[in-house]
Ligand binder design. Sequence first.
Ligand code: ARG
Length: 479
Amino acid sequence: MSKMWSGRFREPLDPAFESWQRSFPFDVRLLPQEVAASKAHARAIAAAGILTDTELSKMLDGLDRVIPLSVEEVTKLTPAESAQASLEANLAGIVALNPQAEDIHHFVELQLTKLIGDLALKLHTGRSRNEQIATDMRLFVRDAIDQTLDGLLAWREALVEQARSASDSVMPSYTHLQRAEPVLIAHWLLAYVAMLERDFTRLVDCRNRLNLCPLGSGAIAGATLALDRTIAAEALGFDGPTPNSMDATSDRDFALEFTQALSTLGLHISRFAEELTLYSTAEFGFLDLPERFSTGSSAMPQKKNPDLTELIRGKAGRLQGAALTLATIVKGLPLAYNKDLQEGQEPVFDAADTVLGILALLPGFTRALRFRTEAMKAAAEKGYLNAMAAATYLTYKGVPFRKAHEKIGQAVRLGLETGRELNQLTLEELRGFGEEFGADFFDAISLKATLDCHDVIGGTATHRVRDAVADASRRIASD
Ligand code: ARG
C-alpha cells in the first residue's frame, strides 16, 4: 500500500507518467509547512474523537521527527546514523532517498509510518491533499511575505541614509531622458522610498487576506468529520477558518496577489537598477560603481561592469513571468481543485527566491553607492533646467504663463545660438523679449532659487526635502 490511492486501480502506472506527474522534487521544500499543518490537523481529529490522547502525543512526536535532524542532534548519532541524517539534512538528498514519494503529503505519511507504524495511517482521517496543499502554500507565502517585508525595510533604511548624507546636493532630473529641472539627490532617492512603501502595503494587504486556514475544507465539500476548524486555524497562527470549502481548495488568489505584488516591486527595483546602470556610464559620470559589487571583463582590461544592476533588471523579468504563469494556470479552471494547480507552485517558489536574493544585496549595494556630486551639480546647471523657473518669474510680473513661456523660449533660443545659459544673457538682451525682465531675474533663476521655487508638498524645495527625509526617518523608527 505504498500509494495513497491505489485501491481502485488494477494496473500499475506507466513509469514515465509516474515520475513526470510527481511534485516531490519541488514541493519537498514545503516540509516544514506540511509538518506544521499535519500537527494542527492531528489536534483537530483528536478533539473529534479519532485519536486518543496517547495516540495524539505519539503522532505529534512522530511528526516532529519527520523533519530531518538538526545539527546538534546529528552529533549525538552513531556514524552510520549520522551518514544517513546528514544526507537527509538536505532536500535534494531527501528526494533522492525517496523515489516512491509522490508529493510532500505522501512523503510525510511514509516517513511517519516508518517512525510510529500504522497509527500514522489515521492522520489522513477527514482530510484531503487538496486542502493540505492550499494550506502549505498559504503558510509558505505568509513566511515569504514576512521575509520580503524585512528586506524592504532594510532597503528603505539604506535609501534614507543615502538621502540624509546627500544633504543639499543636486542633480538634473529627466523627462523623456532629456534634462528637465534640477532636483535634490535626496528627492530622487525618496522617490524609490515612496515606491517601496507602496510595495510594502500591497504585501501587507495580501498577508492579511491570506491569513485564513483551509484545513477542514476536505477534498471539495468540507471535512467528512464534524471538525472544530478553529483548532487547526489557531495552531497555525491563522485568523480563522476559510469560509467556503470549494473556494478554499481551489483558490490561489494569495499566490497571485503575492507574485503580482512582487512583479510590481520588481518593476520598481528594475527602474532603480536601470538608472544606476545609466548614471554609472562615462557619458553620465554621476557615480562610481562600488568595486565589490561589480565585475571585470575577461577580454577588455579597463572594464568595470554593472553586473548587479543588470542582473536585477533581468531578474525583474522572472518576477513578471511568475505572476503571468500563475494567472494563466488559474484562468479557466473549473471549481474546485485541478491538478493544473500543482504547476503553480514553482513560480511562487521562484518569485520568492528571486526577490529575497535581490533584497539580500540591495541594501548593502545602495549604501556603497558614492555619487559624484560635483558632476551632478554641473549637469544640473547646464541645459536651461531653470527655464520653467524663469517663465514663472515673469508670471509674478503679471505676464500670462503662455506668453512667459514664449519669451523664455526665445531667450533659450538666443542662448543656444550664442552658446550661453540664461544667466549669461544680458539684461538688455532679455528686455528685447519683454520689458518685464528686471535685475532680480538672475537671482530668481539661480540653482538654489530654481530648486526652492518648488515649495509644495512633495516638491523638491530644500526645506520640503529636509522634512521628507525627517518623515522617512520617523517612519523607519516606528515601523
Ligand atoms: N501534489 C498535489 C498538488 O500540489 C497535491 C494535491 C493533490 N490532490 C489530488 N487530488 N491529486 O497540487
